[in-house]
Design a binder for this molecule. Structure first.
Ligand SMILES: Cc1cc2nc3c(=O)[nH]c(=O)nc-3n(C[C@H](O)[C@H](O)[C@H](O)COP(=O)(O)OP(=O)(O)OC[C@H]3O[C@@H](n4cnc5c(N)ncnc54)[C@H](O)[C@@H]3O)c2cc1C
Length: 459
């Protein structure tokens, strides 16, 4: 089953019959790139042979019942509203399901919190108020952000007591952000399998003693040329282990216990086979560790280059930390370090601007200085990981780039890994750069560079 969806806020009459579809689509104007001809052909074939059935869905007005603003006595203790029952957003923004799930998670946490004391036999009178208050920041943020966007549309009718002129600054800022944003799609698949490992199972696992207490018990990390998935076995918490599969080549990763071992033993392309003790451990875990599977959807990689905006385009107290400005491919494992580096940068800047005791408010250029201070590191992370990812066949490059970009960087990376496998000085340089303790210029040190260039590639 396929579905074609039309959404409009400008008063166009959307197609209601098959004959109206193609003229409507080919008449669309205002996009940077024309609609590709293959797409038109697909629609043409679907209209002709796909037995189209039309559904014009009436979207009700957007509404927000702010239960969190009611006093405890006004809410029955067992009253809960999840999802659209309290907040109905414009579906254009695609946040309805996440919102309902966030509400469900909030309810679940609160139920766990209030029943953690075993003597509790009924809900406290403030249960409902606590539920709504806990999520009011997130719900308010969703309501404000989607509403302020919608006020920019000519057909939108604002809330009583508001005009569409309010939020103009925010809409302008949103457009600025979009102009500063870059993105590409590494297209990776990611599945984790969690195992419960009580002590009696733990002692049966044939893990070598030296690896028993390490976080990463085993990794199978083939180079891109092997076109093989990545496998990792980890200790993630007391009595809990995790098996992780990551893939950029379109393999179907295991989703059920019976698929795990045939999948792993089918791996090809690594110089050394997966040790037999790893297979034995996984076999025992699958049989006795109560495996639970999680297929994680990884969003496209993106970089909002706030540092490229002018001082006057950034509110002085605006900060974005971690994934809020730079979302990398998790395969490179640099997301947490990046967020910590941002936090350290913010801390240093706050100390610097408040070192003069006469300072009573943030300087106008505070935000701009924050982003500019970290731009070299953030650019290096974006370039280093992106250019690596362009070597993978399923990666979709950034608009305006081809995957040929970065060929030299990928060639150098292969030489670097080969030299690091043989030489301690190169290995140390690579370790320092990957952990963000040093910049890439350490590779240009004459002895390091010479060793890298003169070592035969392992790949
Ligand atoms: C599958 C996967 C594996 C990864 N593996 C690694 C790894 O091995 N090593 C590594 O370094 N990095 C890894 N990363 C990346 C790392 O997880 C992120 O870079 C890091 O978590 C970013 O931290 P953050 O605080 O910026 O954002 P987040 O961790 O995403 O935190 C943001 C928080 O804000 C909350 N939030 C969002 N909107 C609202 C709102 N409106 N109101 C209130 N709360 C809100 C979210 O629920 C979330 O809890 C991985 C990422 C993924 C997806």
């Amino acid at each position: 089953m396929m579905q074609l969806l039309f959404m409009d806020t400008y008063g166009h009459d959307l197609p209601r019959t098959t004959v109206e579809v193609l003229p409507f689509i080919t008449g669309l104007r205002g996009c940077k790139k024309p609609i590709p001809s293959w797409f038109i052909e697909v629609i043409e074939l679907l209209c002709e042979h796909g037995n189209p059935s039309f559904d014009a869905i009436k979207t009700p007005p957007q509404s927000f019942v702010r239960y969190h603003s009611l006093a405890t006595g006004d809410l029955p203790s067992n009253f809960i509203a999840v999802g659209d029952a309290s907040l109905q957003l414009n579906p254009l923004h695609g946040q309805g399901f996440s919102k309902a799930i966030i509400n469900g998670m909030g309810l679940n946490s609160l139920l766990h919190a209030v029943t953690s004391n075993s003597s509790v036999t009924c809900l406290s009178t403030d249960f409902s108020t606590r539920y709504f208050k806990n999520s009011c920041h997130t719900m308010n943020a969703l309501w404000d952000a989607t509403r302020l966007h919608d006020y920019g549309s000519s057909h939108c009718v604002p809330m009583d007591g508001e005009t569409k002129d309010i939020w103009r600054f925010s809409r302008w800022f949103e457009r600025k952000l979009i102009s500063a944003a870059l993105n590409y799609h590494a297209n990776i698949s990611y599945v984790t399998v969690c195992f419960t490992v009580p002590p009696e199972l733990g002692v049966r696992l044939p893990i070598p003693a030296a690896l028993l207490n390490t976080a990463l018990v085993y990794t199978y990390l083939p180079h891109d040329d092997a076109q093989s998935p990545i496998l990792a076995l980890m200790n993630v918490a007391e009595n809990m282990m995790q098996l992780l599969f990551m893939d950029t080549y379109g393999h179907d990763l295991p989703r059920t216990t019976v698929e795990v071992l045939p999948f792993i033993t089918g791996f090809r392309g690594c110089k050394e086979p997966i040790p037999s003790w790893v297979i034995e451990v996984i076999e025992l875990l699958c049989e006795h560790g109560n495996p639970s599977f999680d297929a994680i959807k990884i969003p496209p990689q993106s970089f909002i280059r706030y540092h490229s905006l002018a001082i006057q385009d950034l509110p002085s107290n605006f900060i974005a930390i971690g994934d809020a400005s730079l979302q990398l491919n998790p395969i490179h494992g640099q997301g947490f370090t990046k967020a910590i580096i941002n936090g350290m940068g913010l801390n240093s800047l706050l100390h610097a601007v408040t070192s003069n005791s006469g300072v009573t408010c943030l300087p106008r250029d505070f935000s701009s200085r924050y982003f500019k201070n970290s731009r070299r590191t953030m650019n290096a992370l974006w370039d280093g990981t992106r250019l690596h990812d362009y070597g993978s066949p399923r990666c979709v490059p950034m608009d305006g780039e081809t995957k040929d970009i970065g060929r030299f960087a990928r060639w150098f990376e292969r030489k670097l890994i080969s030299a690091a496998a043989k030489d301690e000085e190169v290995a140390s340089a690579l370790w320092h750069v990957r952990h963000m303790f040093a910049s890439e210029t350490v590779f240009l040190a004459p002895t390091v560079l010479w060793k890298v260039l003169s070592t035969c590639s392992l790949f």
